[in-house]
Design a protein around this ligand. Structure first.
Ligand SMILES: [Zn+2]
Ligand SMILES: [Zn+2]
Length: 133
């Protein structure tokens, strides 16, 4: 590797506080029950963690086995794509290289991503406008 390879970093999944709403303990139950924002059911606190994990697993892409939304923001920040598109970023899933949870893009993929990237299109347009005048 020549060190210039672009990497897509995983967004930290630190939205715990958004997942649960504490339901007032009006029934005087021992269990801490929470309303789960993911499925709308009331779970015990431990079940919420299980639910989180199950739903996360369910949202995994059947093609690349990644949770796309983990990478949506990075794809948007770096290249201007609304969504992480694994067919673009990972044209061949068998060649997928990961560093932890970071996707390593080979040069040819990087090139193609840049060609299609909305950010790059905008730059090109600006360049074209410059040379026109
Ligand atoms: Zn749930
Ligand atoms: Zn995918």
């Amino acid at each position: 590797m020549d060190g210039s390879s672009q990497v897509i970093a995983l967004e930290k999944d630190d939205d715990h506080s958004m997942d649960v709403l504490i339901v007032p303990d009006s029934e005087g139950k021992d269990d801490d029950l929470c309303l789960c924002n993911r499925c709308g059911e009331v779970h015990g606190v431990q079940d919420i963690e299980v639910c989180r994990r199950v739903r996360r697993e369910q949202s995994r892409c059947s093609r690349c086995r990644l949770v796309h939304r983990d990478y949506d923001l990075t794809a948007w920040i770096i290249d201007g794509f609304d969504k992480f598109d694994c067919e673009l970023y990972i044209p061949n899933v068998n060649e997928l290289q990961m560093d932890g949870e970071t996707i390593i893009l080979p040069d040819h993929v990087q090139k193609r991503v840049h060609e299609l990237s909305p950010n790059m299109q905008e730059l090109k347009e600006q360049e074209a406008n410059k040379t026109d005048t």
